[in-house]
Every structure is written in C-alpha cells, then in structure tokens.
Design a protein around this ligand. Structure first.
Ligand SMILES: Cc1ncc(C[n+]2csc(CCOP(=O)(O)OP(=O)(O)O)c2C)c(N)n1
Ligand SMILES: CC(=O)[C@@H](O)[C@H](O)COP(=O)(O)O
Ligand SMILES: [Mg+2]
Length: 638
C-alpha cells in the first residue's frame, strides 16, 4: 500500500515520520498528474501547494481548526489528504467538485470559486470563535499572490489586523503568477530574488535598480504584482503589519515541508493575526507544467501524462477566439479602443490584442471592480475601453457598472465570456446572472450574438456606441455554424417561420446561442401542425419595439435564454408587452434560479429543458394549455 492510500484523514498524516513526507509528496504529485491528465483540472495550482498543504494538516487540527482556500482551485491536495481518493469523475456529474465542497467533507468550507474572499471568511470565523469563547480554534486562510490583488483581501486585512488576540493565520501562496506569465523587469527580478537570502536588501535592490520593463503591461505587471511588491515592502517585520499588531513570518521556501511546518507552528504560537509568506512554484514537480509559458497548467483539459501534450478540444473555433480576432481587427481601425483584463489575458482572448497593441492593454490583476471604474476613467479620458471578463465575475462589479460607468453615460463595452451554463466549474462559475443584473442598468445596451458572424457584428456595434455603456455576452466553448436569418422584423432577425395546421401560433424569442435549439424545436412544432415564428432580437436591452406587433400576432410567446429565469430577457419581454397592453401568454424557458451542481454544459442544458426536444415538448404543452386545444405531443422519435 502506498503512503497516500494509508491516509484517510489528517490524523493518519500526523502519524507519519518527517522522513516519510518527501515520498508522500511524490505520491501526491504522481497521483494528481495521472488523474488530472484524464479529466482536466487545476493541476498547476495544486502541484504548487503539495508540501504547504501537508504542513497545514500536520500543524492544524482540521476540522476543529479551519483551513480556508481562496478561490479553491488549489485544494486537490487538501482533498486527497482528507479522504477523497476517487478522482475518476473530477468536475463531472457524480464526481468530485473541482473546488472545496461541504457536501464532500467536513474539512471543506468555501465553495465559491470567486477569488479574494478567503480572508473575509477568516475574519468572520475568528470573530465568531472569539465571541463563542472558542479561542483555541485556529483559522487559517491560504491565499495566492494573484488573489491578493483583489480589493476584498485588503478590506479583510484591515479588519484582521485589528483583532490582535484573534488567531488568524494568513498563508500567502506566492508563486509569482495568476494565470499570466510574469514578464517585465520587476517581475523577473522578484522571481530571482524571492529565493535569495537577505530578502530585505534584495528588495532595496529592486527599488534602486530594476528598469521599467518596456514590454506588454509594464503598468499591468506592476499593478498585477504591485500588491506582491507592496506585500513585500510592507511584510518587512518593522513595517505596517507590526504597527498594526500583525506578525510576519517569511519568506519561507514553500516546498520545504519542514520549514513550512516550523513557520506554521511559530505562527500558531503567536495567538493573533499573522502572515506566513511561502514562496512556491506553480506546476512544481511536473516539467510540462513548470515549463508551460502561458499558465503553468493552470487548468488544462485532458493531456498526455508522459509528454504533457494537451489534447485539442474539437468543435472548431471558440467564442473566445472569435472575440479576440475581432478585437485585433477593431484595434487596427480604432486607436481609441483599449482592452482591460482582470488577470485573465489569455482565458478571455485578449492576448492577440495585447501582442498587436502592447500599449493599449491593461491587466489590472484580479480586480473586476477596479477594472470597471478604471474603464470609466479611461472613457472619461477619451478612450473606448473593452473590459473582458467571465460573466460570473461581473457580479462583483455591478455597482461600478451602474454608478461609475452608466451614471455618467460612458462609452465602455463589457465583453462577458463564459456566459450561461459553463457546467464543470460548478455553481459559482455559471454565467447565469448577467442578463438579469444588467437589465437594471439605465442606458446600457446589451447584445447577445447567436453565432460567430453576429459576435463580430455586434461587438463592432458596441464599440461604435459613444454615448453610454454596452455589453455583449457569449458562452464557453466552440461556436456552432452561423444561423442565417430568413427575414427581418424591425431590427430583429427572423430565423424560422412555419404556418400551422391549427390556429395556434407560437412566437419563440430566441436569445443568442439558443438559436440552434429554438429553430430545431420550431421544426418539431411544425411537424405537429403548430405554427411558429422564431425571432432573434440581437439586442435584448433595449428590446426592439417591433416585438410588440410581432407578439400580438401570435397565440403565445416563448422566450428561450441561457440565463437565470428571474429578471432576464423573458421578464423584460413580458414587461414590454404589458406596457403596450398586449395580452399574450408568455413562458420563459431558461435556467432555474438555483445553484447548479457541477456537470457538463450539455448535461445541464438537458436537465433544465433547454435542448431542442424538451423545448418542443414543453412549448407544445404550453400552447395546448393557453389555447385549450388538443395538440399532439411529439413522439420521442420526433
Ligand atoms: C473574482 C475572480 N476573478 C477571476 C477568477 C479567475 N481565476 C481563477 S484562479 C485565478 C488566478 C489566481 O491566482 P493566485 O491567487 O495567485 O493562485 P494560483 O493559481 O497562482 O495558485 C484567476 C484569475 C476568479 N476565480 N475569481
Ligand atoms: C478557478 C477559475 O476561476 C478558473 O481557473 C476557471 O476554472 C477557468 O475556467 P475556464 O476553463 O472556463 O477558463
Ligand atoms: Mg499565484
């Protein structure tokens, strides 16, 4: 039996001799590479915290002590050391979540994979234990250098530092990167100096000698790693933390398990707030990850474990790729267009733009709120920023979109990737709220392209808007074939029109990429003798007034959207028709307003009835109900 197989929880780990730990670390890495090579997942981040996580579970007594992981993508080792051994269905239906999961283990707490939250949880937990008189319980938060660029971390630090007698141990997992490679003079000097003794002197060296790097994102990398530099500046014992009553231990070699254990025991002994600064390497111990320039195997799909070759995802160009291409084209025509990313230059597709226009790209770190309001500043300065985010991360910048951008009618475009059901990344990664929250923003125009051609067209329309904000949203993964219109209605595209044998006629308002399923459902409805028109509004805010007349000519309206049903396009269409006193029954086919368990996008769309067969069946039932007519149900073969 391997050491790893002998560990069903932290108590087993504590019984191992220190001499056995290097072997355990090797087994953990071997297991992860093998397992993740089959399923894909966050291999790089987890390889970087093997020794750190072993030390954590040997020093602290989880679950009585709480060990929190910021973002949670680096928690695979934690999961393996707390009894989870079946990784065959990682991030898939019925398998382990890719993040901590309270349903899986009493050792897991934070399920939200949005970064920069762990320190706030830690502050709250520590206050709770203090109030309950449970002062023997330690609260440990593992936070990455990238997550530390998020504003919430500094709000939390301000509060944690005030709790001089609350044992909050902040373990900074500093591997010098988010996704993006740390290029530029400052970053490369930091990378070299991190492992050089005489850290303080080294830091002085940085301040005096590091030239400003003339490469992409100089300001970006200072911003991206300004917190790290700031962290290093203030982490000197005599600096801010000491004055605030916080201790600082480090920098520690995060791959020297014994050194990390010693530092953690020392930190625990302080009995108050303390930072343990660990220097680690993302992808450590697996050469293809260590040497992967773009992101050190941050979250690869399946790959060949021997060669590290990542298996190509089939299905043609992704939405992200088409967005990136069009941004380069637009950038060549419009010098006022600039790009903003929140530490996700490659994942959001702005890398080609950055390489084509290195002085017009800003990487602000994991700081979506700052990204939105900085964009407002850029727009006030005469530019047209395109802020590229994952749709789910826009949630935390809602006030900035509303009060810093829209209130001032500023020409900022938000490009929201991974919108709708993303699936395998679990509940907090589905982009299912943006169409609802953006409905609330006065003056913001909201476009939802159905295919690549419309993505290009509507992105251009967005950056052409100069008197207010715009947003465009599209899903994860490959783009299907273009869905051409057969007619127009006002500014909307008519995608299908079938007369029916009986009087009932359904208007399907198909939002964005739901077009293919909507058109296929219409064909099924036609086969049952139900008249149907499919229309793609292209802009879901403001809606085209022509929709009123179109709806008035139908027995029922079905809105199909890859967004939560509450407050989305369906509700907006209903409001439009009510305001026009058009009394046509309306049904919204969308995502239930729930947190969805991890599974593939296809599985979830089927679960929630957004595939063509279920849409046809459910629309048929709705038509029968509203028209009191017998309508034959589609046979399963249909
Ligand atoms: C609010 C938010 N924005 C963006 C992301 C996407 N994201 C996931 S991990 C990551 C990088 C995290 O870097 P770091 O905290 O240093 O952890 P590491 O991956 O280096 O271990 C990013 C940007 C996120 N999860 N949450
Ligand atoms: C943890 C995190 O937020 C990201 O790494 C996310 O898992 C990336 O998702 P994609 O694979 O869709 O880029
Ligand atoms: Mg990092």
């Amino acid at each position: 039996m391997s050491l790893l197989e002998s560990i069903s929880g932290p108590e087993d780990l504590k019984r191992l001799d220190a001499a056995q730990l290097p072997r355990l670390a090797h087994e953990l890495r071997e297991f992860m590479v093998d397992a993740v090579s089959k399923t894909g997942g966050h291999l790089g981040p987890s390889l970087g915290v093997v020794e750190l996580t072993i030390a954590l579970h040997r020093v602290f007594a989880s679950p009585r002590d709480k060990i929190l992981f910021d973002t949670g993508h680096q928690a695979y080792v934690h999961k393996m050391l707390t009894g989870r051994h079946d990784w065959t269905l990682l991030r898939q239906r019925g398998g382990l979540s890719g993040y901590p999961s309270r349903a899986e283990s009493e050792h897991d707490l934070i399920e939200n994979s949005h970064a920069s939250t762990a320190l706030s949880y830690a502050d709250g937990l520590a206050k709770a234990y203090q109030l309950r008189g449970e002062n023997d319980r330690a609260v440990v938060a593992v936070v990455g250098d990238g997550a530390l660029t998020g504003g919430m971390c500094w709000e939390a630090l301000n509060n944690i530092a005030a709790g001089k007698d609350r044992p909050v141990i902040i373990v900074v997992n500093d591997n010098g990167r988010s996704y993006s490679p740390t290029i530029g003079g400052l970053a490369s000097h930091l990378a070299n100096l991190r492992v050089t003794p005489g850290y303080e002197q080294a830091l002085d060296l940085i301040k005096k000698t590091v030239p400003r790097a003339p490469v992409v994102g100089t300001v970006a990398y200072e911003a991206l790693h300004g917190i790290k530099k700031g962290l290093k500046d203030v982490l000197q014992p005599q600096a801010m933390f000491e004055d605030l009553g916080m201790k600082y231990v480090g920098p520690i070699d995060g791959h020297d398990e014994e050194a990390v254990e010693r530092a953690l025991r020392k930190a625990r002994g302080f009995g108050g707030p303390v930072i343990v600064h660990c220097i680690t390497q993302k992808g450590r111990g697996y050469a293809p990850a260590e040497n992967h320039e773009e992101d050190c195997f941050h979250g690869p799909g399946a790959f060949d474990p021997v060669t590290g070759e990542i298996k190509a995802k089939g299905g043609g160009p992704s939405w992200t790729k088409v967005f990136g291409e069009e941004m380069v084209a637009i950038g060549g025509e419009r010098r006022d267009v600039v790009g903003i990313t929140a530490a996700m230059l490659y994942p959001v597709g702005l890398a080609p733009f950055a390489h084509a226009f290195p002085d017009r790209i800003y990487d602000v770190g994991i700081a979506e709120q700052h990204a939105a309001t900085s964009a407002a500043g850029l727009a006030m300065g005469g530019l047209h920023p395109v802020v590229a985010l994952y749709a789910t991360f826009l949630n935390r910048a809602f006030d900035q979109v509303l009060m810093d951008v829209a209130l001032h009618n500023l020409p900022v475009t938000f490009a929201l990737d991974r919108s709708g059901v993303t699936g395998n990344d679990g509940a907090s990664h589905n982009g299912m709220w943006d169409l609802s929250i953006l409905q609330l923003v006065p003056g913001l125009r909201l476009a939802v392209p159905r295919d690549g051609a419309r993505l290009r067209e509507l992105l251009r329309d967005c950056v052409a808007i100069s008197d207010g904000p715009s947003a465009i949203r599209y899903p994860k993964g490959p783009i299907g074939p273009d869905v051409e219109a057969i007619d127009t209605a006002g500014g909307m595209d008519v995608l299908a029109r079938h007369d029916g044998a009986n009087g009932a006629r359904v208007l399907i308002v198909s939002v964005g990429p739901m077009a293919a399923a909507a058109v296929a459902a219409a064909d099924r409805l036609q086969a049952q003798g139900i008249g149907v028109t499919v229309v793609d509004p292209r802009w879901v805010k403001p809606l085209d007034p022509a929709l009123v007349g179109l709806a008035a000519g139908h027995s029922m309206v079905a809105v199909v959207e890859d967004n939560g049903r509450t407050g989305g396009v369906g509700d907006a269409v209903g409001r439009l028709l009510r305001d026009a006193a058009v009394d046509v029954p309306l049904r919204t086919f969308g995502i239930p307003q729930e947190f969805l368990d991890h599974a593939s996008r296809g599985e979830i769309l089927t679960d929630i009835g957004l595939n063509e067969q279920d849409l046809a069946r459910d629309i048929t039932e709705a038509v029968a109900k509203v028209t009191n007519t017998e309508v034959p149900q589609p046979t399963p073969a249909d």
